[in-house]
Every structure is written in C-alpha cells, then in structure tokens.
Design a protein around this ligand. Structure first.
Ligand SMILES: OC[C@H]1O[C@](O)(CO)[C@@H](O)[C@@H]1O
Length: 490
C-alpha cells in the first residue's frame, strides 16, 4: 500500500564521499543535542517521586503521598502544578523551536546550537539551586528554550553534514542519544535518591548541564553546514568545506545540487506561507504534523515522565519505582538500537507497523492488568525528525519539533489528572491512538529507505494517495524544475 517505486525517473544520485573524521566529530554535537533532550525527558519522573523534592515544592502532594489511608491510588499524585513542573519545559520548547527556525535559516545551524547550549546551561543551574517553585519553573522554561533550539537545529546539522548514504543512520543517532539521555537520567535518579540529606534531586537536575557544556564547546569549534553556507551566499567557502568533510575533491555533483536547491529556495518568498499554502508540500506537512502527534499519543511519555509516580501509585516502594524506570529506559534504548539496525534493511514503514502492533498489544495489557488490580483505578520505534527540501527545510523542521513539543506538553500536563478520572481506561485511550497510527502508517506512509533527501519529491509523486498533491504546474518546485529544464535546453 505505502510502497514506492520510481516511475520512469532516474535512479537516485550517488555522490562520492567518505565518512571522514571531521564528520564523525559533528556527531558529537548531535549526540550532545540528543542527550540534553533525553536527559530532561528522563529526569523529571524520578525527581517528582522523591519525597524531599515533593516536600519542598509540592507539600500537598507530599502529604497525600505519605498518607497510607488514601484509598484512591489513581489520584495520589494528581496536581496541576506538579504536572506544570514537567510540562512547562515542552511549552517553552514549542515556542523556541518556531523562533529557532528563523535563526537557523538566517544565521546558520551552528548559532542555534550555540544558543541551545548556553540557555540550557542557565536553566540547569537555576534548577539545581532552586529555593522556590518559581525558580524551578523558570529553570524548566530556560531548559525548554534550549531544547527547542537544539531539536530544531541539530537534526538539520547532522543530516546536512552526513554523506547522503549515511543520512538515515545519522538522523536516527540523534534519537538514540535521546534514549541514552533518558537512561542516564533514570540511573542518576536511582543513585541520587539514596543521597542522605535530601538534596539528591539538586544533583539530578544540575547534571543536565554536562551535555549542555558539550554542545556549547562543540558549536564553537565545528563549522556550519555547506548547505547553510550556500543558503547564505558563501559558495566558495561552502565548496571548500564540502571537499573537506567528504574527503574527496570531486564534489561537483553534490555541490551543484546544493546550488540548485538554493536557487529553488530563492524563488520562495515566505517559506511559512509556502509550506502551508502550497499543495506539493501537503504530504510532507501532513507527515510532519501527524507523526509527532501519533508519537505522543502512543503514551510513550506517560511512561517516561510518570513511570516512577505510576508505580508508586500502584503500591511499589520508592526504590522499586525508580528501578522500573531504569528497566523502561534500557528497553527503550535497545529498541531504538534495533530500529537503527533495521531502518535501512527492513525499511522505516515496516518498523512503524511492527512498533504499532506491539504497542497496541501492550497498552491493552497494561489497561487490563491495572484494571484487574485496582478495579475502576511501551516501546517506540520512532523516526520523528523528517527532512524537507531546502526551501522550506528550516520552517518545516520547526513545525515537526513544535508539534512534538505541543503534544508532549499536553500529555505531560494532563496525564495525572486524566489517570485520576479515567483510571485504567486511560491506557485504552492510548491503545486506540496506537491503532489509528498503525492504520495511518499502513495506508499513507511511503517507504523512504535508501532515498536521498533530494529525491523525496519523487517518492510523493509515486504514492497512490499523495501524488494528487504533486502535480500542480504553478507550485514553486515544479516551476523551478521547468526553468532548469529550459536552461539545460538553451
Ligand atoms: O524514545 C522515546 C522518546 O523519544 C521521543 O519520542 C522524542 O523523539 C520522546 O518524546 C520520547 O520520550
């Protein structure tokens, strides 16, 4: 259904180039970008289950947690401010990712990465030293701004730096680093919860500064991407850099495609208006909104944010609850490893379908088990960072990140309240969305395995559903293609 073949088109180009040490170094920046996001996803759950933290900032929840007489386990942690501690970060990240789109495009990917590291570092310091709830929330907002900038710029940076045949793997490495960040945070919480004196949570929150320092230093020393240099009119420098990062002199084919992409981009006055108003971007736009939407409505971040709290609500002790997060973190990281191994072998679409079926079964099982234990009381293979044509790339990346953050915020802000009112039915709610997601992937998601970014348009043109959006003579891409054909003939 979603398979794609190139209809009469030329085979995908293959640009000469190697995986040079310089390119491998860029992975470091990417790694740090993924780590800061993952660390934050993983750290808040454990911290919000630590008694000294709750006692200091959320005394009402603390009292409820301590009272053994509470009968309604589902509502033990129900607190909008506690949820705000988790979710405020993602709301800030949402707005920051939109602003970052402009910065990344006008000033380059590196500047956005630098800003990410810098602002994030401030946030981590504020959180570690927090003496009042407002300091804590302000710190979370700064972390969110940092994450918005990092998530907008780092995936672009990685995919533009990598040789085209490594792009999929580089991109998914960002996701792998997110899961490593989550696991590190889970392990750190497990350790810091044991620190006597009740200040372990400060260490948990403060250690977020470590990956921020790495990304900050990396962004001072690494260069910008050749694509971004071309986009800003620095062609000679861009070509020299391309030779250096590819480790070969013959970069003409790739460089000429970059120039052509830039010329197409120049025809576009407003990438935002273009992205939302032009029919030929509909398929990519739909994917960039729906994939992060479904991703969040699988319920993955309920587990990431609230597993320790959830396990405590279900009657586990503090230690067992933190261990449960570590176990989830390990499984999540290994599953991402499997999807890295498989994305170019089995294809992205098959991974989505397999992940969907697996999540549906287990969400239903969770609902059943919790319902059985309390009466009326996941593993994701996700590839969310999509790559667009240059003319709308920065704006579209902002959309993907903003949608991801918006729904992460909603899930973070509503889960404890929804658990209190929907009880085990909440997991049936998530299972339903997983089923919808799997059907959507089956019918509408084309396979993109081994397809270079530049050839993605061809994929949409050949898809049974999306092709209806791709044949507008007036859209800027078709105009540019027609113009270049004309030029070739002259
Ligand atoms: O690995 C799971 C994690 O990955 C993300 O989906 C980001 O791509 C997070 O929202 C989630 O916590």
């Amino acid at each position: 259904m979603g398979g794609v073949s190139f209809e009469g088109g030329s085979p995908p180009p293959s640009y000469p180039g190697k995986l040079t040490p310089y390119v491998l170094l860029t992975v470091l920046a990417g790694a740090a970008g993924g780590l800061i996001f993952g660390y934050d996803l993983g750290i808040s759950g454990g911290v919000t289950s630590m008694a000294p933290f709750l006692e200091k900032f959320f005394p009402d929840v603390y009292e409820r947690q301590q009272s053994i007489t509470s009968t309604n386990q589902y509502c033990k942690f129900n607190s909008p401010t506690l949820q705000l501690f988790t979710s405020s970060l993602y709301l800030a990240a949402l707005f920051a990712s939109l602003a970052a789109g402009e910065v990344t495009k006008k000033f380059g990917r590196r500047i956005s990465m630098m800003m990410a590291g810098f602002i994030f570092l401030f946030g981590a310091a504020l959180n570690a030293g927090a003496v009042h709830l407002s300091m804590l929330i302000l710190g979370r907002i700064l972390l969110g701004i940092g994450i918005g900038f990092a998530n907008q710029s780092v995936p672009l940076y990685l995919s533009e730096m990598s040789p085209y045949n490594y792009r999929g793997r580089f991109n998914i490495c960002f996701q792998l680093m997110i899961t490593i960040g989550i696991l590190c945070a889970n392990l750190i919480n497990f350790g810091t919860a044991k620190i006597s004196g009740g200040w372990g949570w400060r260490l948990s929150l403060g250690l977020a500064g470590v990956p921020a320092v790495i990304i900050l230093i990396a962004s001072f020393f690494l260069s910008d991407t050749p694509n971004s240099m071309v986009q800003r009119g620095r062609e000679i420098e861009a070509k020299a850099l391309l030779k250096r990062i590819r480790g070969v002199d013959d970069v003409d084919a790739e460089f000429n495609d970059m120039l052509a992409a830039k010329n197409e981009a120049d025809l576009v006055e407003s990438p935002w208006r273009n992205l939302f108003g032009t029919k030929c971007y509909r398929p990519q736009l739909a994917m960039s909104i729906l994939i992060p939407f479904f991703q969040q409505f699988t319920g993955i971040n309920v587990i990431m944010f609230y597993a320790p709290v959830l396990f405590q609500s279900l009657g586990f002790g503090s230690d067992a609850s933190l261990i449960s997060s570590v176990i989830t973190g390990v499984v999540n990281m290994f599953a991402t490893g499997v999807s890295i191994y498989g994305s170019d072998r089995w294809g992205r679409r098959s991974l989505f379908l397999e992940g969907g079926v697996q999540m549906f079964i287990f969400q239903s099982l969770i609902a059943g088990l919790i319902g059985w234990r309390f009466g009326v009381s996941g593993n994701v293979t996700d590839i969310p960072f999509l790559i667009f044509p240059l003319e709308v790339r920065s704006a579209a990346q902002s959309v993907t990140v903003a949608v991801n953050m918006a729904f992460t915020f909603i899930v973070g802000q509503c889960f404890l309240t929804m658990l209190c009112s929907m009880k085990y039915g909440l997991f049936i709610f998530f299972a339903f969305f997983v089923a919808v997601m799997t059907l959507f992937c089956y019918f509408f998601m084309p396979e993109t395995k081994n397809i270079p970014i530049e050839e993605m348009t061809q994929v949409w043109r050949s898809h049974w559903f999306w092709k209806r959006f791709m044949n507008e003579p007036n859209d800027p891409v078709n105009k540019a293609i027609a113009m270049s054909k004309l030029r070739d003939r002259v």
